[in-house]
Design a protein around this ligand. Structure first.
Ligand code: PMP
Ligand code: GLN
Length: 385
């Protein structure tokens, strides 16, 4: 057995969702929305399942979806991608990330990662034989820091893995952060693996910038997206990966032996969805921003310290002061265990996103829910203080 996996606990998302079920809790832990996703896309997918082909689609993805991905990113992010050579469909962003790390890393290569990080990253890097160089981002700002980057990048650095917008901190990295990172990538000849699954879920008029669009980055960026986040359809697990033709040839070699392909009806439905008019995307953002404000305002009213959330479906609560009262645990893991057991609200301890569990005073809550469960959760949380 490989120790990278045999030594791992079950992912915090699965664990907290199980506890939520056991305790009859409102699940604001694992990130999935109440929104069932666009009805027209679901109808399209159902029709394609009944009437369309159910045999292996092409390994790189349905041509209609690859064309739709290229057209989508040209329209929304100004990227010029060749659907034939620069776009590949994967079974979720997770497969894209796993395949990219397997394909890009040779044993001993150094990989720069930022903590907090999505919990899949480190095991995948380690299993690929990569040597992690972790840059810790400190709350509440979670900004990139030049000195920390200078200490992490070196002659053996092959890949930097950036998640922008960042789950769980809900940070959107701006032009300055990205320019700083791009300069390091160019100077050290490093490939940027950019997990941009939250690219459309940004609030308050802010705009996501793809790292790939920065000078010097077009040929050294692997961009990853996910229909799960764009369309609130997390169970579909349709992802896409975009890279220059040279990198893509190698990424495709990993993909061909991981999943090879992804259900054709879902691919067709996502191709249909990506062509939706701009109002779909702006309405989606307005809806989630409303839910964010409803939960954030409610929490502040109850006396919780809420961190800003510029993107994603998540906001973070600082439990330092609560913990000092002695009425609830000061440690985020113990706090979340008590929360789900005693108050029947599930949340995610942010230490799960720091490999050294260095940050233990933040708790992540998913606000992508209807008003009624958000209000019910606030009602239950009123008993915490
Ligand atoms: N990366 C990040 C940062 C995520 O938050 C998630 C899921 N929330 C994923 C990857 C996984 O995406 P998918 O479900 O498309 O595999
Ligand atoms: N990405 C989701 C989150 O951050 C969870 C995905 C999963 O459960 N594997 O909550």
């Amino acid at each position: 057995m490989n120790p990278v996996f045999s030594g791992l606990p079950t992912t915090v998302f699965e664990t907290m969702s199980r506890l939520a079920r056991e305790h009859g809790a409102i699940n604001l832990g694992q990130g999935f929305p109440d929104d069932p996703g666009p009805a027209d896309m679901r109808a399209h997918g159902a029709r394609a399942l009944v009437e369309g082909s159910n045999q292996y689609p092409p390994m790189m993805g349905l041509p209609s979806l690859r064309a739709a991905v290229a057209a989508h990113y040209a329209r929304h992010q100004g990227l010029a991608l060749d659907p034939e050579t620069e776009v590949m469909v994967t079974s979720g962003a997770t497969e894209a990330l796993a395949g990219a790390l397997l394909a890009l890393i040779a044993p001993g290569d150094e990989v720069v990662l930022f903590a907090p990080m999505y919990d899949a990253y480190l095991p995948l890097v380690l299993r690929a034989g990569g040597v992690p160089r972790i840059v810790t981002l400190t709350p509440p700002a979670f900004r990139l820091d030049e000195a920390a980057l200078a200490a992490a990048f070196g002659p053996r650095t092959k890949v930097v893995l950036l998640n922008n917008p960042l789950n769980p901190s809900a940070t959107l990295f701006g032009a300055d952060d990205l320019a700083m990172l791009a300069a390091f990538c160019v100077r050290h000849n490093v490939i940027a693996l950019c997990d941009e699954v939250w690219e459309h879920v940004v609030f308050d008029g802010a705009r996501h910038r793809p790292l790939m669009a920065l000078p010097g980055m077009r040929e050294r960026t692997v961009k990853v997206g996910s229909a799960g986040k764009i369309f609130s359809l997390t169970g579909w697990k349709v992802g896409f990966v975009m890279a220059g033709p040279g990198l893509m040839r190698t990424l495709a070699k990993a993909h061909q032996f991981l999943t090879f392909t992804t259900p054709p009806n879902l691919q067709e439905a996502v191709a249909f969805g990506l062509a939706k008019e701009d109002s779909y995307f702006s309405d989606m953002r307005v809806g989630y921003a409303r839910s964010r404000d409803r939960l954030a305002d409610g929490l502040r009213h109850l006396g919780f310290t809420v961190l800003p959330a510029q993107a994603t479906w998540f906001l973070n609560v600082d439990i330092t002061e609560l913990g000092q009262s002695g009425r609830v645990p000061a440690d985020d893991v113990a706090f979340c265990e008590a929360l789900v057991r005693d108050h029947r609200v599930a949340a995610i301890p942010v230490s799960a996103f720091y490999p050294d569990a260095a940050v233990r005073h933040l708790v992540r809550l998913c606000f992508a829910k209807a008003d009624a469960p958000l209000d019910a959760a606030l009602d239950r949380l009123s008993g915490v203080r």
